[in-house]
Design a protein around this ligand. Sequence first.
Ligand SMILES: Cc1cc2nc3c(=O)[nH]c(=O)nc-3n(C[C@H](O)[C@H](O)[C@H](O)COP(=O)(O)OP(=O)(O)OC[C@H]3O[C@@H](n4cnc5c(N)ncnc54)[C@H](O)[C@@H]3O)c2cc1C
Ligand SMILES: NC(=O)c1ccc[n+]([C@@H]2O[C@H](COP(=O)([O-])OP(=O)(O)OC[C@H]3O[C@@H](n4cnc5c(N)ncnc54)[C@H](OP(=O)(O)O)[C@@H]3O)[C@@H](O)[C@H]2O)c1
Length: 524
Amino acid sequence: MQQLVFLPDNAPFTESQRAWLNGFVAGLLGMERAQATPRATPPAAEPQVDEDFPWHDPTLALEERMKLASGRPFERQLMAAMGQLDCGQCGYLCKTYAESIAIGAEADLGKCVPGGRITAKKLKELLAHHTSAPATRPAPVAGPPIVERGYGRAAPIPARLISSAPLTAPGSEREVRHVALELDEAAPLYEPGDSLGIWPCNNPDEVELLIAILRAKGSEAVTLPDGAVISAREALGRECDLRAPSDALYALLAREAKDEADRSRLSKLAEDDSRADGLGVHDVLDALLEFPSARPSIVEFVAALGRMQPRLYSIACSQKRHPREVHLTVSVLRYEKNDRGYLGTGSGFLSEHLRPGRALSVFVQRAHAFRLPADLAAQVVMVGPGTGIAPFRAFLQERAAAGAAGRNWLFFGNHRREADFLYRTELEEFAVKRVLSRMDLAFSRDQTSKVYVQHKMLEAAQELWRWLANGAYLYVCGDAQRMAGDVDLALQQIAITQGGMDGAAAKRFLVELAKAGRYQRDVY
Ligand SMILES: Cc1cc2nc3c(=O)[nH]c(=O)nc-3n(C[C@H](O)[C@H](O)[C@H](O)COP(=O)(O)OP(=O)(O)OC[C@H]3O[C@@H](n4cnc5c(N)ncnc54)[C@H](O)[C@@H]3O)c2cc1C
Ligand SMILES: NC(=O)c1ccc[n+]([C@@H]2O[C@H](COP(=O)([O-])OP(=O)(O)OC[C@H]3O[C@@H](n4cnc5c(N)ncnc54)[C@H](OP(=O)(O)O)[C@@H]3O)[C@@H](O)[C@H]2O)c1
């Protein structure tokens, strides 16, 4: 059997030490067994070559992903434009959503919530420049699969808000809330690692403002794409996306504008909305406020808006402890722009507009690969700064309820210890009860220089490496754009300093650890 090589030739070891260490790392990953499996046929006779998707990494920027997909079939370029989370919010995976668009089975380019308007714009651009037929025709894709009740956006179930309470103290720069929902009697089963999808409603004050600006009553009948007829107020409240103005909205406003300058600017925005922010248009309300001469009928207005998309939140509790409840850790998105305050649709709905006792539609979004080890004796390392703590609260509750013997180690970080130590009391209790064997904390704004979770991991490199050598499972949850990539780099650094690997081997080590299911990420 050929030995897998992780250590560079110039690592300061003798041949026998090198051979032993290479074997140790491969064994640590369970790779020797995989290697020893005889290949069934010579390569030419192999039925299918696995296709790789190098852009399928949520920590990569859009332009980088598009470069990696350049020269690939059209449907793969569309895939590279997606958010790469495979979160299921759109009802597909990144690959199947792209394939459905490529064959014309899916017309809505705005379904990728993590990718937002940047993804929608890139998809539109790719479609506009795609004149010839795809080089390789993707396998026919059916629409989103039929899903069981309670699992997936097409089959939501009712839930009721029990409470929404702040986890951050007054004075924090962020507001993060603990949201508790009650499920109905036939509650779907979820596991730690799963997310909850919620169908939000828009801010009711904003809906009334839009109706007033359009000088409408709100009771006008509008027809939804599925043929249902409801009032304009209901449609604006729960069916329409009031965040990103669609091209169709700009085109409608351009047609209706009485003012020549408004008409010209709106026509340009309908072609390319990259200058929208510069013109003071960040959301649908802005589009009406900035172009006062354009006042379409409310029926046409509703028809021109994009469709509401669900939002996902990591489930923060174990069903073993809370059989009929789901807990979420929600960071409330608030920011200022154009002299206006904006509130995130989903986070605003859960934190401000939904009252205790009121109902909402939810569904369980099962995780693909973010699962506790089946082996209760396995050790678990969790890296979850900010709202990334959510699934780990569920993990700890689950491990405690199952009486798991394996040790648990948490790296948590946030802005300030006094204001932003989410679930402090519970985590300290887990530590007292030895459910949490070790907790390393990184409060970034408590001193002049930033301290992040990866700094704590590097400080504990030797011990972390020992845990990995003992078969520990490593989980990372939270911000995809900055944190997840930096934590990955820190892990590479640890493999270099503690495992004696060079850079390439350290990267390969993490890839193999992930393939072995022992490095799992849920980042957004
Ligand atoms: C698998 C998964 C798990 C998740 N788990 C959690 C979780 O546990 N907790 C949690 O809080 N969130 C979680 N999220 C994120 C969550 O789904 C929502 O994306 C988040 O709450 C924001 O949604 P919103 O509806 O409030 O904001 P939206 O109304 O969707 O607004 C977001 C948009 O606002 C714009 N925007 C944001 N900030 C600015 C700014 N400063 N300036 C200008 N524009 C801006 C951007 O266009 C952005 O796309 C998760 C996401 C996924 C995919
Ligand atoms: N893209 C953005 O610019 C941006 C900004 C904020 C939030 N968000 C999103 O908002 C949501 C909620 O955020 P959250 O509440 O989970 O908090 P968060 O913004 O992820 O912050 C949690 C902690 O992580 C720290 N942090 C910042 N950069 C880091 C890095 N490169 N490596 C490790 N830690 C880092 C933060 O420190 P400091 O903030 O003190 O540096 C803070 O202490 C997430 O979806 C996140 O992606 C995005």
